[in-house]
Write a protein that binds this ligand. Structure first.
Ligand code: PLP
Length: 365
């Protein structure tokens, strides 16, 4: 599998060997234990919390380690909203937010799922949707299928001026964009496995309290019961510390090289969200007249892994909700593929992908 070209890094990334090393704890370390090992565990947990807080520009006591962004987002939506409340969100959210919002709707929570052909919601559109009952605004920082960025600074300024909490799904911002979480961002959710860290660990950065999702022991200041997964937390912290601006520049260059090459191969190519700001690693493109499913299978057979969109879509042939909600016709959505790069992607891999595609497109179109 080593020669396989993996261009599906928005689904998950490979664990960085340096992260794996940071996770190797041979001692039985539980931060709640009263003895020497417990003290050591507590020290490691505090240090990890301090480092994550500094990276995110939050205070250490505002950092909560969770099992991932899905849990972080569930905690805020379920902990904050109840009957009679109103949530402003978008039709472009990841399934963990979109489906959780749908799940609490029958409890009497009114929800505005905003949409716009750009693939992200502007502060003005959020402003127009606010009601006196609005108790939360929840938006992606960057879309995992298209890479389209939301103007979080603008939405945060609006949220702060209205005194409404704002939850940002920051999963795709980490390592792919300058992280800006101004004071108007009340909650932000992150995930380890998208940044070459382990799966099953994430963070909820929280500037105000929220009812716990998990109750039981007093761990993490009573906000999340359960013995802390110290190995995964150390892995997340190490993964965060390895992110660099240089690798973002490199990903942007390779993404641009890929898109330029694709345009030459297929002049009718459409780049979804390509007119506005996007994160550096994601390219979601349509090959009108070519079946995306066949393209994906052919690429896989030739040793290149790409996807249609979110790995959370339930069926391979399901058409992307994100693209459809951008107003893209079903046929075009079905001819689309997502290429997502990581710092491990090389120029040789991009060039090889393009030359394989040249031959595949000739056969399929
Ligand atoms: N939000 C976005 C934008 C994602 O891409 C993902 C990952 O699939 C999630 C949330 C969920 O993260 P996790 O896998 O940590 O629950």
């Amino acid at each position: 599998m080593t020669s396989y070209i993996y261009l599906d890094n928005n689904a998950t990334t490979a664990l960085d060997p340096r992260v794996a090393t940071a996770m190797r704890l041979e001692l039985p370390l539980n931060p709640s234990s009263p003895h020497r090992y417990g003290q050591r565990a507590k020290q490691l947990l505090l240090e990890a919390t301090r480092r994550v807080a500094a990276h995110l520009s939050f205070k250490p006591e505002e950092v909560l380690f969770t099992s991932g962004a899905t849990e972080s987002i569930n905690m805020v939506l379920r902990g904050l909203l109840s009957k009679g409340d109103h949530l402003v969100t978008s039709a472009f959210e990841h399934a963990c937010l979109y489906n959780t919002a749908k799940a609490i709707e029958p409890q009497g929570v009114a929800i505005s799922f905003l949409a716009h052909p750009r693939g992200a919601i502007s502060p003005e559109e959020v402003k127009a949707a606010l009601l006196p009952e609005t108790k939360l605004i929840a938006l992606l920082g960057a879309n995992n299928e298209t890479g389209v960025l939301t103007d979080i600074d603008g939405v945060a300024a609006l949220a702060a001026s209205r005194g409404i909490p704002l939850l940002v799904d920051g999963v795709m911002l980490l390592g792919k964009h300058t992280l800006s979480l101004p004071a108007g961002v009340t909650f932000a959710a992150f995930s380890g496995h998208k940044i070459h860290g382990p799966k099953g660990v994430g963070v909820l950065a929280m500037r105000r309290p929220c009812a716990p999702l998990l109750t039981g022991g007093p761990q993490q200041l009573g906000r999340r019961a359960g013995t802390e997964n110290l190995e995964a937390i150390l892995g997340f912290t190490a993964a965060l510390s390895l992110l660099s601006e240089g690798e973002r520049r490199q990903m942007a260059l390779l993404r641009d090289r890929l898109e330029a090459g694709l345009r030459i191969l297929f002049p009718e190519l459409l780049v979804h969200g390509g007119d506005g700001p996007r994160i550096c690693n994601t390219s979601n493109v349509a090959f009108p007249g070519v079946d995306g499913e066949s393209l994906l299978i052919e690429l896989d057979l030739q040793g290149v892994g790409v996807s249609h969109g979110s790995a959370c879509m339930s069926g391979a042939r399901e058409v992307s909700r994100i693209l459809l909600n951008m107003g893209i016709p079903r046929k075009i959505a079905q001819s689309s593929l997502r290429f997502s790069l990581s710092r491990q992607t090389t120029q040789e891999e991009i060039d090889r992908t393009l030359s394989l595609l040249e031959e595949i497109l000739r056969r399929l179109s």
